[in-house]
Design a protein around this ligand. Structure first.
Ligand SMILES: Nc1nc2c(ncn2[C@@H]2O[C@H](COP(=O)(O)OP(=O)(O)O)[C@@H](O)[C@H]2O)c(=O)[nH]1
Ligand SMILES: [Mg+2]
Length: 364
C-alpha cells in the first residue's frame, strides 16, 4: 500500500486535463481529488481555467475557501496560453507538487490536441501527462443517449471523443443498475476509453480514479473530430459568458446569505426561461470577511436550483461572485442578470458596489 512518502510510479509531477461540459462536476471532482491525493500521497494542486478577463473565478475562490491548493488561469482557454500553463506547471513542480489538475472551460474542445500534444512536444522528464479525463454527469448522458442534447450534443460527444478516461460523475444519483448501464453505453460508444463511475459527494470511485491518474499515461491519440464542423460553430456561437463581482452590505442582523443566493438563482431561472433562453451553468458564490461562505448552482432552467453550500450563520457583509454560461445573446444576458441582481438585492435592502464585470458572446 502507498504511504504518504511514496512518489507516483516515476517520481515526476503528473499533469491531467479534466474536461467535461458545463456543470459536469469538474471543479468539485478536482477539489476532491486534490484533497484525497494530498492526504495520502503528496502535494496536489488544481488550476481553474475560464474566459473571464481579470476576474476572480467562482471556481477558484471556492477551491481556495475549501482549503485546496488552487490556482487560476483567466482570460483565455489553456489551449491558447500554453506558456502561462507551462509556467504554472514549472512553479508547482518546484514546490514539490506530485499531481496537478486543470480544467478547461465547460464548452471547450481541443485540449487533447492543443494542450497534450503541445506539452508533449517539450515535456521534460519532470512532467508526465496523465490520462486525458472527461466527465459526463447522468442527466447530460441521458440527453446525449436519447439524442435530445440539441446543439450542445456535438460538444458533449466531441469532448468524450477526446477522452482517454471517461468519468461518469455524480454516480450516487444512479441506482447500481442505471450506473452499470450508463458505463456499458459509454464503453461501447467510446471503446478506446476506460470508464469510471465517481461521486465527488460520497467519495465513491475516487481511489480508483486517483490510481488511474497517478499510474496511467496519456494516449496522445488524435481524435476523429471535425473542429470546423458547422454544428460546433453554431453551438459555440450561441453561448455567452458573464462574470460579475460585487460587494453587498446588509442592513439587518439576521440576513440569510443562502436565502439571498437561492432567491437570486430562482429569479435568474425565471427571467432566462421567460426569454426562452437557456443557462447550462449559473454559479453564485458569496463569502464573508470571516470566511463563512455559501454557494448556489443552477444547471439549466428545467432543473431545480441547488444549494451547494449553506452559510453557517447570518452575515452583514458579503463578497459575491456570479459566473454564468448561457445560450443567450450577450446583451440580453447582461440585461437579465443585471436586473435580477438589482431586483433581488433591493428586496433584501442590500447596498451594492460592483467591483468587476466582464461579459461577451463566444461567437463575437
Ligand atoms: N449530487 C452530486 N452533485 C455534484 C457532484 N459533483 C458536483 N456536483 C454538483 O454539481 C454542480 C456543478 O458542479 P461543478 O463542480 O461546479 O461543475 P463544473 O462546471 O464541471 O466545474 C454543483 O452544484 C456541484 O455541487 C456529485 O458527485 N454529486
Ligand atoms: Mg467548474
Amino acid at each position: 500500500m502507498d504511504t504518504k512518502n511514496d512518489k507516483n510510479s516515476s517520481g515526476a509531477c503528473k499533469f491531467a486535463v479534466i474536461s467535461g461540459f458545463l456543470g459536469a462536476g469538474k471543479t468539485t471532482l478536482m477539489m476532491a481529488l486534490t484533497r484525497y491525493c494530498s492526504e495520502r500521497f503528496g502535494k496536489a494542486a488544481m488550476i481553474s481555467n475560464d474566459l473571464g478577463e481579470g476576474v476572480t473565478l467562482a471556481d477558484h475562490k471556492l477551491a481556495s475557501l475549501e482549503g485546496c491548493s488552487a490556482l487560476q488561469i483567466t482570460g483565455e482557454c489553456i489551449c491558447f496560453c500554453l506558456d502561462e500553463l507551462r509556467e504554472r506547471l514549472r512553479s508547482c513542480r518546484e514546490e514539490g507538487c506530485e499531481l496537478l489538475l486543470s480544467d478547461i472551460p465547460g464548452f471547450g474542445v481541443g485540449a487533447q490536441e492543443h494542450v497534450y500534444h503541445g506539452l508533449a512536444r517539450d515535456c521534460s522528464g519532470q512532467l508526465q501527462l496523465a490520462p486525458f479525463t472527461v466527465l459526463i454527469e447522468p442527466e447530460q448522458l441521458a440527453l446525449l443517449r436519447d439524442g435530445k442534447a440539441g446543439d450542445m450534443g456535438f460538444i458533449l460527444d466531441a469532448q468524450l471523443r477526446e477522452a482517454d478516461l471517461i468519468v461518469l460523475s455524480k454516480c450516487e444519483l444512479l441506482s447500481d443498475g442505471e450506473r452499470d448501464e450508463a458505463l456499458a453505453w459509454l464503453g461501447e460508444r467510446y471503446p478506446w476509453t476506460r470508464q469510471f463511475a465517481v461521486s465527488a459527494k460520497t467519495g465513491a470511485g475516487l481511489e480508483e480514479l486517483c490510481l488511474a491518474l497517478r499510474e496511467g499515461s496519456a494516449s496522445l491519440r488524435r481524435p476523429e473530430i471535425d473542429y470546423d464542423a458547422e454544428e460546433l460553430q453554431k453551438a459555440m456561437g450561441s453561448l455567452s459568458e458573464y462574470y460579475l463581482q460585487y460587494r453587498a452590505l446588509v442592513c439587518c442582523e439576521d440576513f440569510d446569505g443562502s436565502a439571498y443566493l437561492l432567491e437570486l438563482a430562482e429569479e435568474i431561472r425565471r427571467a432566462v426561461r421567460e426569454e426562452r433562453a437557456e443557462i447550462p451553468h449559473l454559479k453564485l458564490l458569496a463569502w464573508t470577511p470571516e470566511g463563512d461562505y455559501g454557494k448556489v448552482d443552477l444547471l439549466g432552467t428545467e432543473r431545480p436550483v441547488i444549494l451547494t453550500r449553506d452559510f453557517e450563520r447570518p452575515c452583514t457583509d458579503l463578497a459575491v461572485l456570479l459566473n454564468a454560461s448561457a445560450v443567450c445573446p450577450d446583451e440580453t444576458l447582461d440585461r437579465l442578470l443585471g436586473e435580477a441582481v438589482e431586483t433581488v438585492s433591493r428586496r433584501y435592502r442590500l447596498e451594492l458596489t460592483v467591483h468587476r464585470k466582464d461579459h461577451f458572446g463566444l461567437g463575437d
